[in-house]
Structures are given as C-alpha cells and as structure tokens.
Design a protein around this ligand. Structure first.
Ligand SMILES: CC(C)(COP(=O)(O)OP(=O)(O)OC[C@H]1O[C@@H](n2cnc3c(N)ncnc32)[C@H](O)[C@@H]1O)[C@@H](O)C(=O)NCCC(=O)NCCS
Ligand SMILES: Nc1ncnc2c1ncn2[C@@H]1O[C@H](COP(=O)(O)OP(=O)(O)OP(=O)(O)O)[C@@H](O)[C@H]1O
Length: 230
C-alpha cells in the first residue's frame, strides 16, 4: 500500500487538490474532517476542550464554538499548543482508523490530506509527500476572501504553521497552485501518474493482499514442514 501525504499551508489549495484526487478515483483521508469528528458533542476530544477552555467555549446547542476557539488559538501560541496536545492522540487515532478501513477494502494508493503533516511529524509514515504551494500574496488574498477575515487575522493563521517555503523544500512533489485552476489541473495529471505508478515490492507487501499472501504462504510452509514434505 502506498500512503501519499498531501500537505501545504492554510488556504494553499489542499482541499482543491484532494478534490482532484477524489475525482480521479483515489481515496482521500481528510485530517480536517477527522479533527471535526473527534470534537463532536460528548466525545473524548469535546470533553478535553471543555475542561481546558471552560463552558464559555460552547455554543447554545452544546457544540464547540469553532470560530471562538479559532480566535483564541490563532492569537495565542501557548493555547494553540495546548489544543494540539489535547487533540493529537484523537486525530492520529481517527486518521489511522480511516486508513485501516480503506486498507481492509484493498485500496493500494491512499492520499492523506493533513495540513500539519510536517508539524506533527506524520510525514514519517507517508511517501511521497506532495506539497501544494502558493505564492505568499495569493495565499493571504485567498484566505481573506474565503474566510472573510482581515489581513492581521489571516497572517496570524499563516504564522501558526511552519513556513510554506520550507515545506516546499522538504517535498517529494510540488504543485504550484498560484495560477488558475486549469493550471493546477494540468500539473495534477502529471502528479497522478507519479503517485499511481507501479508499487514497489515493499508497498505491495504492505497491501491487504500482499500481507494475506505472506500469511497463506507461511501457513502452507509450516503445514508442509510438519508433514515432512519440505
Ligand atoms: C482551531 C479550530 C477550532 C478552527 O476551526 P475552523 O473550523 O475555523 O477551521 P478548520 O478546522 O476548518 O481549519 C482550517 C485550517 O486551519 C489550519 N489549522 C487548523 N488547526 C490548526 C492548528 N492547530 N495549527 C495550525 N493551523 C491549524 C489548517 O490549515 C486547517 O486546514 C480547528 O481548526 C481546530 O480544532 N484545530 C485543532 C485541530 C487540528 O490540529 N486540525 C488540523 C488537522 S491536522
Ligand atoms: N487555483 C486556484 N485559483 C483560484 N482560487 C483557488 C485556486 N485554488 C484554490 N482556490 C480557492 O482558494 C481557497 C483556498 O483553497 P482550499 O480551500 O483548497 O485550501 P486549503 O489548503 O484546503 O485550505 P485549509 O488549509 O484552510 O483547509 C478556496 O476558496 C478555493 O476555492
């Protein structure tokens, strides 16, 4: 099995590219979706947030007030570290679970879209790593326009992550999403060829069917050895 890490900066275009992977039939695990699920009302993540940030962080319906929590953690690095520390085990567990479900189905190539792939050192588990890069001016403009926030707020969200240029330097594959959507789609076709190329021997062995054949061969070997047929 091949685990492709998809990352970038905030509003650099990860969801846009993961949408292209989905349209091409490649399954995607979205860490933002997992991160939302693990803080739903009553879950372990929800309880930890309420304990750490108080009842004031809840909306009337008991769900986490994400806008308020975002304002707190993106303007206070210590609070952000606290939130990250509280949620990290829930998020990694949730991601692992989603990957396992796809592995059981026999998927050979899985894309994991994780904004904080490098920050959480999860890049150790993914190969190749695809970084969606965008030039700084376009990034802040798209972020402000998508989230309807001001320049200062947008900048504090960008600064909450490792520098996008550094991520680019660590990437196996870079998609430059500074241009038009068509431009990105064109680059994506090349990336798709690269990530869905033939699996290495190790990747094949890590797949469901690869592991199954190891188990069957080992069992057959043991059986034959017991009957002195080897
Ligand atoms: C701070 C929260 C409440 C803001 O919620 P909101 O709905 O406004 O944003 P959303 O979750 O859609 O995230 C938008 C983007 O913000 C960036 N981001 C989110 N959390 C963080 C973080 N802790 N540090 C840096 N950047 C982050 C990512 O690029 C993400 O794609 C929320 O992002 C959160 O709970 N974050 C902690 C969980 C986490 O680490 N998520 C990232 C998945 S690896
Ligand atoms: N090539 C493009 N041309 C114009 N707009 C784009 C392009 N790519 C993405 N966008 C827009 O930029 C915004 C950010 O893109 P997207 O949501 O894909 O980023 P993201 O990296 O997934 O963000 P986040 O880290 O917040 O999850 C969106 O409003 C999207 O529609």
């Amino acid at each position: 099995m091949r685990l492709v890490g998809l990352t970038g900066g905030i509003a650099s275009g990860k969801s846009t590219v993961s949408g292209l992977f989905k349209s091409a039939g490649v399954p995607v695990v979205d860490a933002d979706v997992v991160a939302r699920n693990v803080v739903q009302k009553g879950t372990g993540g929800w309880k930890k947030i309420v304990k750490a940030f108080g009842n004031g962080i809840l909306l009337e319906n008991g769900e986490i007030d994400r806008a308020q929590l975002g304002q707190i953690v993106f303007s206070d690095p210590e609070k952000r570290k606290l939130l990250n520390r509280l949620l990290a085990p829930h998020i990694s567990c949730g991601i692992f679970w989603e990957i396992l479900k796809l592995w059981v189905k026999g998927c050979l190539v899985i894309v994991v879209d994780i904004p904080l792939l490098f920050e959480t050192k999860m890049d150790r588990w993914t190969d190749p790593v695809v970084v969606v890069w965008v030039d700084p001016k376009t990034q802040i403009e798209r972020l402000m326009s998508r989230d309807g926030c001001g320049q200062e707020q947008a900048q504090s969200r960008i600064d909450a992550q490792l520098a996008l240029d550094w991520k680019k330097s660590e990437a196996d594959i870079v998609i430059d999403n500074s241009g038009s959507l068509d431009d990105t789609k064109e680059q994506f076709q090349e990336v798709l060829k690269q990530v869905s190329g033939p699996l290495t021997w190790k990747e094949s062995m890590m797949s469901r069917d690869g592991l199954l054949s190891i188990v069957v061969c080992t069992a057959a070997g043991v059986l034959l050895a017991q009957k002195n047929l080897l």
